[in-house]
Ligand binder design. Sequence first.
Ligand SMILES: [Zn+2]
Length: 323
Amino acid sequence: MSHMNMLEETRCTVCQRSDAGHRTYGKRHFCDEHFAAFSQDTPSLWRAAILAILFAVAPAIGLGIATQFFFPHLQPVSPWAAFILATIPSAAWILIVYRTSRTTGINRSSSLPTLFVAGILVAAAISRPLLFELIGIEAWLGATTAANRFLGDILVHGFFHSFMLYAIVRYLVWQTPMFTRRSDGILYTLSAAWGYAPMLVILTTFNFGQLALQSGSLFVASRVLAYLVPAPIIGFFLGRNRFEDMPVYYLSAGIALAAFLCGLTLYAGTELNNIRLNLAQDGYSPWPGLVFSIVTTMGVLAAVAGLMTRHNSLTRARLHLEA
Ligand SMILES: [Zn+2]
């Protein structure tokens, strides 16, 4: 073994200081500071994530109920309504994360806004032209059978959006010193997704040219959630693989799981909408799709939060670290 190799092998996984990596976990080396940091919990992260989701669904549900029961014959409005609806939760996410970062352990680096802007740019410059203009996925999904729609939602939509969110976090922050905790994976992937998901929905609505207030506002909320669903899953897998050696298929398995749930949420959002809950009225009911999207998003978040908190406390117990 050469002298250079020996030096490299004792570098800290996080800060890369060459002489510092005398602690080990999962076949990786760490300095004292980063050894103590990676398994710490970030409770404020879950609060921020749930609040942002509430900001995404509450105005849409309010508008949906108001237009269904009190103003049933409103004309469609400008797509700028979708812009407002989709921007509220994004702004809430950024503000909450920044406010709580002062008092809690959330990483207050400049990478949060960077990832947020990267999400917006990737949605506008890559996802929309490629999926909607080059492949024409929406037109194809609208014309084909339900089985094909199910496969298309998962294999095209699901994998595409999941890979975009993965790539943003993987190549911008994954191997930088900004990524010091397992939970940072979820923090960063959600930050990218809160730029990506609303932007894609806003562009889709501007493509339509107008927005029916009831079905439109519920469509905006359920689509934003469907594009957001992969984020906590990808963040979880990236967060674990950052600090320990995992099998080569580990990250691919994470992307596949995220893609499946993203596609399923998109599919259910459109198929369930065609269920006629109200027998007196034919056709489009946006409520079941939204309910499914909320249940999936909250379920994924709860599962990921539970798994990560448990994994962190097991790690801390094994390494004899304080919480
Ligand atoms: Zn270090």
